[in-house]
Design a protein around this ligand. Sequence first.
Ligand SMILES: CC(C)(COP(=O)(O)OP(=O)(O)OC[C@H]1O[C@@H](n2cnc3c(N)ncnc32)[C@H](O[C@H]2O[C@H](COP(=O)(O)OP(=O)(O)OP(=O)(O)O)[C@@H](O)[C@H]2O)[C@@H]1O)[C@@H](O)C(=O)NCCC(=O)NCCS
Ligand SMILES: Nc1ncnc2[nH]cnc12
Length: 289
Amino acid sequence: MSALIATRPSPAERLADLAVQALIDEADLSPKPGLVDRRGSGAHSDLHLGLMHASAQSLWPAFAAMADAARAEGEVSQALRETLGRLGRDGEAEMLRVTAGVNTHRGAIWALGLLSASATLEPGAAADEIAMTAAALARLEDPAAPRNPDSHGARVCRRYGVLGAREQAQHGFPAVIEHGLPQLNASRRAGAGEQNARLDALLAIMSQLTDTCVLHRAGLEGLERMQQGARTVLAAGGAASLAGRRQLRALDHAMLALNASPGGAADLLAATLFLDRLAPAAPAPIGSN
Ligand SMILES: CC(C)(COP(=O)(O)OP(=O)(O)OC[C@H]1O[C@@H](n2cnc3c(N)ncnc32)[C@H](O[C@H]2O[C@H](COP(=O)(O)OP(=O)(O)OP(=O)(O)O)[C@@H](O)[C@H]2O)[C@@H]1O)[C@@H](O)C(=O)NCCC(=O)NCCS
Ligand SMILES: Nc1ncnc2[nH]cnc12
């Protein structure tokens, strides 16, 4: 007689579960300006929600392998950086196979891969400590990484002199630690409701990120419109308020008119949700709102 044995997920499997869930939660969150969500494809002709879900699921083995590699190595090291680079590239190849060549989650593999590895090295650590360990990994050079001077990110960083996905990680994910997570928790405390709090976290990230996806499609005008528009929604009361919702609709229309989509901010929202689940903030003291 064969017995069904329920096995507990390993720590690496649990991290991969959290990373994939963060990507699915980001994709499902609606209404996001210019991005794929439950309403439709936003400013994209080659993406849809089902593809974002399939892409997220395809990355589970890569995230689990990156966490496992970190467990085996046990510390930040050149060898671990090189292994993560190889696993990240394998993950990208699998994503492109599943999406028939569409880049759905390149930036997310980079951010969540580094964070999955660093969360393994720092079990039980706070979000900012996990981000700083990820930064130490990102600052190590990977000699095997093919430099692509023609990637959208590389092109606009050169053209406009801005920092992109690489530097965001090397600096310890300031968009997540200083903007996404604090806004998520502040909106929750203000009673915004979970979906509105997540939208506010995305807007906080958009309000200051040099998102190379937006720069690539819509130049500095698009970037300025995104950052200013996101600030306006938050200043009007955020996604939970009527005035904020009106501004959010206006921002969505503006992003669609510019054919712009903040894919980098979306990836960093997923990183925010991942760290939030892993290292939840302590409840604020009574009377601190
Ligand atoms: C270091 C890498 C991240 C490579 O970076 P690079 O800047 O050279 O490359 P890009 O190919 O442009 O990818 C960067 C992606 O990062 C996201 N992003 C953008 N701005 C930021 C930012 N300021 N901070 C953080 N993250 C940011 C963004 O990803 C999302 O957008 C993707 C869609 O982009 P794109 O293809 O441009 O899309 P479209 O506009 O739709 O194209 P068209 O229709 O116009 O043709 C989507 O995938 C989102 O994820 C950027 O795309 C890193 O990837 C790397 O070196 N990898 C090697 C493996 C490795 O070492 N891994 C380490 C362990 S994980
Ligand atoms: N929801 C989304 N729409 C478009 N591009 C994305 N990249 C990551 N998440 C995305």
